[in-house]
Design a protein around this ligand. Structure first.
Ligand SMILES: Cc1ncc(COP(=O)(O)O)c(C=O)c1O
Length: 412
């Protein structure tokens, strides 16, 4: 087991000074995480030693590359508790995974009498594809209500399902803005009783807590490699085999075929049916190494570490009278907030001048911003390599914001 307290040493990018010579305090892992040396080296090693295309060549390098690529698939399957690695499809990221389900699973099945249930806390990647499906099929989008603390109003979810028209329920496991962790198992059970399939956006949960698709009971799970210490350009769609087998491929070409004629073709088995063209091989290898690294920390311990950090951050920020925090107390490892009277982009810029990297903006969740009645928020998001000292640095930097703008400045 790798010790979380010392794991920061494994991340080369964290050991640098930035703007004005300040040591970097990286609090933007919800946007993308840093990579441990083992991931960077696995990808470099692949190019230095094994580089070849997969599933085609019979030469030594092609065999090694194929084994590395399929080994990564097995590692990902193990990581999410999926018994069958063939149900792990490599895509470019959570966005592509969600679009694949929407386009390939939902669009051919839905019609004007059907409904798709979403929540107002979704990332645009889990909204826009469903809007496209609704436009193409006439299906109706329905939304679960939010309670004032930013958790889901489950009775309103029940009521939506009672209508008997819901075919798909798509929601995030963990909000990238509020940190809300949704009760997936209960929601999935209820959806299944109503005859709907459950599409889970795990972009913010798979990197941060134990996720087991069997235990959660979802039908599809989408997530990205780059938010879980892996490379960019790689992500995963996991699905139940019978559902994946019933879906037509989205892209044609390469390894996704079985037999090609001049006028029609037959398609390969899952997962290859969905992996047209040369896949992101080195990225998959890097993702496999990221999985191994996270396993060496232990996902229960990753979650516990972030719970401690976020509790400390809520306590410290809660003592600042002009900092408004959004979202529930029980949450994943991030805090969205605003400083009264100061635009979030100004806050983020001043924090950056002190080496503290946060995200400011709508976080690709514009409907949620409207619900919060703000244009944007500042978001500090944590990962295993963050420490309570990083929270202290954030608070110190916020004191500087208050000093520049005047504490308790009136909203502009
Ligand atoms: C909750 C959530 N879903 C989906 C995505 C999209 O991930 P990607 O841009 O890696 O496809 C993100 C990224 O911020 C996210 O936070």
């Amino acid at each position: 087991m790798r010790c979380i307290e010392t794991c920061r040493e494994d991340f080369p990018a964290l050991h640098q000074t930035v703007t004005g010579g300040h040591p970097l305090v990286y609090l933007d892992s919800a946007a993308t995480s840093h990579k441990p040396r083992s991931v960077i080296e696995a990808e470099a090693r692949f190019y230095q030693r094994d580089n070849a295309n997969v599933h085609r060549g019979v030469h030594a390098l092609a065999e090694r590359a194929t084994e590395a690529y399929e080994g990564a698939r097995r590692a990902v399957a193990r990581f999410i508790g999926a018994p069958d690695p063939a149900c792990v499809i490599f895509v470019r990221g959570a966005t592509e995974a969600l679009n694949l389900v929407a386009r390939s699973y939902a669009q051919p099945r839905l019609g004007p009498d059907d409904e798709i249930v979403l929540t107002p806390m979704e990332h645009h990647s889990n909204l826009v594809p469903w809007q496209m499906v609704a436009q193409a099929t006439g299906a109706r989008l329905r939304y679960v209500d939010l309670l004032p603390d930013g958790t889901l109003d489950l009775p309103s979810y029940e009521r939506l399902l009672e209508g008997g028209r819901v075919r798909v329920v798509a929601f995030t496991h963990q909000s990238n803005v509020l940190g809300t962790i949704n009760p997936v198992r209960e929601m999935a059970e209820r959806a299944h009783r109503a005859g709907a399939v459950v599409v889970l956006d795990g972009a913010q949960s798979v990197p941060h807590q134990p996720v087991d698709v069997e235990r959660l009971g979802c039908d599809f799970l989408a997530f990205s490699g780059h938010k879980m210490m892996g490379p960019t350009g790689i992500g995963v769609l996991w699905g139940r085999r019978e559902l994946l087998e019933s879906m037509p491929p989205l892209f044609g070409g390469g390894e996704m075929i079985r037999e090609v004629g001049l006028f029609e073709s037959t398609y390969n088995d899952v997962p290859y049916r969905f992996e047209a063209g040369t896949p992101p091989i080195a990225q998959a290898v890097g993702l496999g190494a990221a999985v191994e690294y996270l396993e060496s920390l232990g996902m229960e311990r990753v979650r516990a570490h972030e719970e401690r950090l976020v509790a400390y951050a809520l306590e410290r920020l809660g003592q600042m009278p002009d900092v408004r925090i959004y979202g529930p107390r029980e949450r994943g490892g991030l805090v969205s907030f605003n400083v009264e009277g100061v635009h979030p982009h100004d806050v983020a810029t001043i924090l950056d001048q002190q080496g503290v990297a946060v995200r400011a903006g709508h976080h690709c969740a514009q409907p949620l911003m409207r619900w919060l009645d703000v244009a944007a928020t500042v978001r500090a998001s944590f990962y295993v390599y963050n420490t309570p000292e990083d929270v202290d640095a954030l608070v110190r930097a916020l004191e500087a914001v208050r000093a520049i703008f005047g504490a308790g400045a009136t909203p502009r």
